[in-house]
Design a protein around this ligand. Structure first.
Ligand code: AMP
Ligand code: MG
Length: 491
């Protein structure tokens, strides 16, 4: 009989390829134990899909595990080194409050980072406390799981525990630790770290590691680093189009928050738009709208240009040639994005075929929605072919004209109305984590220890394309007069 707590034996199978890289990639550091770990959220279905036994995660042992008080067998905790352009300025960063336990191999052979966010200080904490508050960690749990259910590449959330210790932000918060599950935590900023040090050997090792992990088919190509840049670009173009399909604003697309895996990473001041506005900004510190909803493709391209710069020494020994190669790939981003965005927009409008005017048809609806302040999610979800009701206002007249154009377009494809509606319902969610519902769930969870609204919200978000049986409060736009949402970076 082992004397290990059952949570440490839940089926973990660590194989830590990142910790086998040279020490310039990370610092070995253990989580700082907390006073009173208590399990608040456990993602049973994610545990099962990782080949872990959710039954093992009950009681005090599991809370100790997810708080970092006990380290499972095979884990080798490290804080990863990285840099990053934050609002355009390069900084040396690194995991200041996250600790990577290691890489868990599932029975199917997939590899996932298991990271504790809020696990205590590291050598990269600078002036930070290494900790996180319960509200922001539950927020990441909700939004990341919503993104997953929407079918959008994302890191996921396995558990949230409270620490029994306060963290001091604008006001004191109850401390918490989130267990994040990711394909990896390799960021654009990880490449910038080695480029800034002029460490070309480190850069090459990182590129090789990233290729093995995320793009194994490219490792044998003529110039793997160029393939890596192209593949990263393609994944980001697709990802941003998927974000915009569901109205998601990441809020802080710094290069340290852009993952080479193509997963959505770091849910800080993010939100979903209610009324459609390409200028929608949710971060309280994004005063210039750098990361506004409609800016996301441009910012992704800017970030990828930083990746291209970092990779230059690997692209070609002649700097001029390397620069030309990089420029060629970076300049392809707008077209790549446009291709993915048009695919998404066609699906949202129930279009199975392609016509040259489709982009303008889609844009005209977006413009009309913006002028009318229409709800993004509601508008798409409730679009139906056929005659709209008699217009009563100027905005409705504009919408009716668009609707006629759309109905004529639908008539030029062979699919039936039922097929059109099925396609639209599969790409236009009925339920998104609306700010007012998220805030209400967080307030109940943090103030009154009442987890019921959080559990209801999480349950609804697991089937976002299914309107049947969903609470009306989650389907509808926020009540008129709801103040616009601001989310904070100081999480
Ligand atoms: P983020 O804004 O969460 O992407 O974090 C940007 C950088 O700040 C990363 O290097 C984080 O590790 C670090 N950081 C954020 N919050 C804290 C904190 N409370 N303590 C230490 N480092 C932090
Ligand atoms: Mg970050």
């Amino acid at each position: 009989m082992s004397s290990e707590p059952i949570s440490l034996l839940a089926g973990w199978h660590f194989d830590n390829s990142y910790a086998r890289l040279p020490e310039s990639f990370y610092t070995r550091v253990n989580p700082t134990p907390v006073i009173e770990p208590r399990l608040v959220c456990l993602n049973r279905s994610l545990a099962r899909s990782l080949g872990l036994d959710p039954a093992a995660f009950a009681g005090a042992d599991a809370a100790a595990l997810f708080a970092g008080n006990r380290i499972p067998h095979g884990a080798e905790p490290i804080a990863q080194a990285y840099a990053g352009h934050q609002f355009g300025n390069l900084a040396r960063l690194g995991d200041g409050r996250a600790i990577l336990l290691g890489e868990h191999r599932t029975p199917a052979g997939d590899r996932f980072d298991i990271q504790l966010k809020g696990a205590g200080p590291t050598p990269y904490s600078r002036r930070g406390d290494g900790r996180a508050g319960l509200g922001p960690m539950l927020r990441e749990y909700i939004i990341s799981e919503a993104m997953y259910a929407l079918g959008i590449p994302t890191t996921r959330s396995l558990a949230v525990v409270t620490t029994g210790e306060p963290v001091f932000r604008e006001q004191p918060l109850l401390g918490a630790v989130l267990t994040r599950v990711a394909a990896s935590h390799i960021r654009v900023g990880t490449f910038e770290h080695f480029a800034a040090l002029g460490d070309t050997d480190g850069l090459r090792l990182l590129a090789d590691h990233t290729l093995r992990r995320h793009f194994p088919d490219l490792a044998a190509s003529e110039c793997p680093a160029l393939g890596l840049l192209e593949a990263a670009m393609e994944r980001q173009a697709s990802l941003i189009a998927q974000w915009m399909r569901v109205g998601f604003v990441h809020g802080v697309m710094n290069t340290d928050n852009m993952a080479l895996s193509g997963e959505t990473l770091d849910f800080g001041p993010c939100a979903f738009v209610d009324s459609y506005d390409p200028g929608a900004v949710f971060s309280s510190i994004d005063l210039l709208g750098r990361y506004a909803f409609g800016q996301q493709p441009q910012i992704a391209a800017w970030n990828l240009a930083r990746l291209a710069e970092a990779l230059l020494p690997l692209l070609h020994p002649e700097p001029e040639i390397a620069l030309d190669l990089a420029r060629g790939v970076v300049e392809s981003f707008p077209e790549r994005f446009q291709r993915h965005w048009l695919v998404a927009l066609r699906a949202k409008l129930g279009l199975f075929t392609a016509e040259p005017e489709d982009a303008s048809l889609a844009d005209e609806l977006l413009r009309t929605m913006h002028e009318a302040g229409a709800d993004f999610t509601h508008t798409y979800r409730n679009l139906r072919p056929g005659a709209p009701s008699e217009p009563a206002s100027a905005a409705e007249v504009t919408f009716a004209a668009w609707h006629r154009r759309w109905t004529e377009r639908l008539a030029r494809q062979p699919q039936t109305s039922a097929e059109v509606i099925r396609l639209m319902n599969a790409h236009n969610p009925a339920v998104i984590p609306r700010n007012h519902a998220v805030e209400a769930a967080l307030a109940a969870a943090s103030n009154g220890n009442d987890l019921a609204p959080l559990e209801r919200l999480l349950a609804a978000l697991t089937t976002p394309y299914d309107a049947a049986g969903q609470p009306a409060g989650l389907l509808n736009p926020p009540p008129p007069g709801t103040p616009p949402c601001r989310t904070f970076c100081g999480t």
